[in-house]
Design a binder for this molecule. Structure first.
Ligand code: URA
Length: 236
């Protein structure tokens, strides 16, 4: 994946973005044998040979996987008693230091991003970036115009917390689609409960630019494609 040269340098943790730009402009950074003085030029850190003052840069390769989380496992890295999403991984992936980006409840199914890229994960779950998440919910009852308007206006939950404006779509008796731009604890279930429509099953279809791959059965996973990684990078 192509990334800005100043970002590649800053991602090593050795320099701030500002320091990286200064190094590059000073002609101290070479890419594949030639000096590069424009911080905004893009390089693939997996293939470009980068040096700073002639010293090769150790660029760590980061990993990104899309998992179809099944019901019954925790969105955590370890638990003494219960299975976690990491128990679904093969031996090679278990050695990568992956963790889930955000949480789905134990009984929630669907798209979960696993990575070892801490800075990106922090951005994706930060309220600052409003990353949209799309859920399909089975509910008792049917969503009507008043529910849709209440979601759009910003619901107040039973503990007094105020939700951002959210999109509620009626998909027929007992079925809705919910699009949120935040991630409070049990948020979808609590929002629908506040409208008297308890959730009986919950599934996440989308997370930011990612859509759950229909080829992934519950419990299976695959690496993100280059396009998907690029879409995540440009989001934040
Ligand atoms: N909202 C919920 O209530 N549960 C989830 O797992 C995700 C969003």
């Amino acid at each position: 994946m192509l990334l800005r040269l100043d970002k590649i340098l800053a991602d090593t943790g050795l320099w701030s973005r500002k320091e990286a730009r200064a190094l590059i402009r000073a002609g101290r950074v070479w890419a594949s044998g030639t000096p590069v003085i424009a911080p905004e030029t893009r390089w693939d850190p997996d293939t470009a040979v980068l040096t700073v003052d002639g010293v090769p840069l150790a660029v760590s390769v980061r990993h990104y996987f899309m998992l179809h989380k099944p019901a019954g496992v925790l969105s955590a890295t370890e638990d003494r008693r219960q299975h976690t999403v990491l128990d679904l991984l093969g031996p090679a992936e278990r050695r990568m230091g992956l963790f889930p980006v955000g949480r789905l409840d134990k009984d929630t199914t669907g798209l979960l991003l696993l990575t070892d890229d801490g800075p990106l994960a922090h951005k994706l779950i930060s309220p600052k970036y409003h990353v949209p998440k799309v859920y399909l919910a089975d509910i008792d009852g049917r969503a009507g115009e008043e529910d849709i308007a209440a979601f759009a206006a910003g619901l107040v939950l039973e503990d007094g917390s105020v939700c951002r404006s959210a999109k509620l779509e009626d998909l027929g008796e007992g079925r809705v689609r919910v699009t949120l731009q935040e991630g409070k604890y049990h948020q979808v279930k609590r929002m629908l409960a506040a409208r008297g429509k308890p959730v009986t099953a919950l599934h996440r279809e989308e997370f930011g630019p990612l859509t759950l791959d229909p080829a992934l059965s519950p419990g299976s996973y695959r690496p993100l494609t280059k396009e998907e990684r690029q879409a995540l990078e440009t989001l934040c």
